[in-house]
Design a protein around this ligand. Structure first.
Ligand SMILES: CCCC/C=C/CC(=O)SCCNC(=O)CCNC(=O)[C@H](O)C(C)(C)COP(=O)(O)OP(=O)(O)OC[C@H]1O[C@@H](n2cnc3c(N)ncnc32)[C@H](O)[C@@H]1OP(=O)(O)O
Length: 395
């Protein structure tokens, strides 16, 4: 899939269209092996046909699962080369298949049959009221995604690395946002697992140099950054950050694109771009001065002043601060009440509030990404990253 080289927005549209079409019951485009024998094979073939007749689209997660089980059942364990980082669709499919490891073909066949049977019964009873059970969505490695009470919660889940955003996490977040924009939820919530909200960009992202060298690496990084931030600019539903602990770098800057930011009093907000030889992203060069005034934005974005939750609240970046001891309880009670508000009214209100700035934000995002592409090649940035990686420096 040719994502690289297309402009960010076009690439994202292309990519999301491709998710929808290429994951659309992929197993059905392949031939069923006629060599495997037995009743289970017959059930399997029948299940493959039944997928075509489902009344309701089962969603990308389930389609990925079906794809993986189909491949495992017909070809065995995944032994094809891993697609490139930016080949999002094929990588998602490869990851799903590869995650099945050495699952025997017979078991994969059976699991496929069971999954289709479950889908058929839920499809047949789709007019019934669905239970609001907390459901962890499969297929994500760096995120835990649950849907409950009309809230989709996207939890950054690399606590041992302080939820640093590696390339896979950026890509999974984009897929999760696309899915959340279409699901039944009324609001979408980001939070972190463990003691940090997020330590920002994973600095080891800079170490994996492609054959085209550091220039290609920087170019790919700028495309990824632009696509990632575009997803937040375009997200149609109310977006809430539940900032459970310290937040650094890009996890802070994109807060300017959120609709509500709730913070524990343990949270801090740090954008040490100059220290890292880098420059602001996430549209913060525009949103921060607008939110907090030029003087305070400069202190954060140029001089890297770390704000406490109370300071961030005083400057308008945070909606409300809660004591850490009661943070989860108070915030989720509030969000559950909000999630019962009429969905369309909230979505349309968000559009009215945000739409007239969208084009401007996309342009700012493009400019910030392209400036960073140059910065990542500078000695200032390379030295700062090397210092962190060689454990000579921390924030
Ligand atoms: C492609 C899009 C690019 C967009 C660009 C965005 C710009 C930014 O986001 S700039 C911000 C970058 N972030 C940092 O510079 C933070 C670096 N981390 C630290 O300074 C410290 O780890 C910390 C202050 C966040 C936490 O210190 P603490 O002593 O409490 O914990 P550690 O032992 O350092 O961390 C545990 C573990 O996690 C690893 N880690 C933490 N943050 C990052 C990170 N951002 N990138 C890579 N790895 C990180 C840390 O190395 C430790 O790993 P080990 O246990 O393996 O040693």
């Amino acid at each position: 899939m040719a994502v690289v080289g297309l402009s960010g927005r076009l690439a994202r549209c292309y990519c999301l269209r491709a998710v929808r079409s290429s994951l659309c019951v992929p197993a059905l485009q392949l031939h069923v092996s006629k060599t495997a024998m037995g009743a289970s094979q017959k059930d399997f073939e029948s299940a493959v046909n039944q997928v075509k007749l489902l009344k309701k689209d089962p969603g990308n997660e389930v389609k990925l699962k079906l794809y993986a089980l189909y491949k495992q059942a017909t070809e065995g364990p995944c032994n094809t080369p891993k697609p490139g980082l930016f080949d999002l669709i094929n990588k998602a499919k490869w990851d799903a298949w590869n995650a099945l490891g050495n699952l025997p073909k017979e078991t994969a066949r059976q699991n496929y049959v069971d999954l289709v049977s479950g889908l058929r019964s839920s499809s047949d009873s789709s007019s019934q009221v669905k239970p609001e059970a907390d459901k962890k969505q499969a297929g994500y490695e760096t995120l835990v995604i649950t849907s409950e009470d009309h809230i989709t919660k996207i939890m950054l889940n690399r606590p041992a690395k302080k939820n640093a955003l590696n390339t896979q996490m950026y890509q999974e977040i984009m897929l999760a946002l696309e899915a959340a924009s279409k699901d039944d939820s009324t609001i979408t919530v980001f939070t972190g697992s463990g003691d940090y909200y997020s330590s920002g960009n994973d600095l080891t992202n800079f170490t994996d140099i492609p054959p085209g060298g550091v220039e290609e690496k920087a170019k790919n990084g700028a495309i990824l950054l632009r696509d990632f931030v575009d997803c937040f600019i375009d997200f149609p539903k109310p977006l809430v950050a539940v900032v459970n602990g310290p937040a650094v770098g890009i996890s802070v800057t994109i807060l300017g694109l959120f609709d509500l930011v709730y913070a524990s009093d343990r949270a801090t907000f740090h954008t040490p771009f100059s220290h890292l030889g880098q420059t602001p992203e996430g549209c913060s060069s525009y949103t921060f001065p607008k939110i907090m005034g030029l003087a305070k934005a400069v202190e954060m974005l140029i001089f890297g002043k770390k704000l406490t939750a109370g300071e961030a609240y005083a400057q308008g970046l945070v909606t409300e601060v809660f004591p850490d001891s009661t943070f989860e309880k108070e915030v989720w009670t509030r969000l559950k009440a909000y999630s019962k508000l009429p969905r369309n009214a909230m979505r349309i209100s968000k559009q009215i509030i945000r739409n007239h700035e969208k084009e401007k934000l996309h342009a700012i995002n493009a400019e910030e990404s392209s400036i960073l592409q140059e910065r990542w090649l500078s000695d200032e940035c390379v030295n700062a990253v090397m210092n962190f990686l060689s454990q000579k420096a921390k924030l």
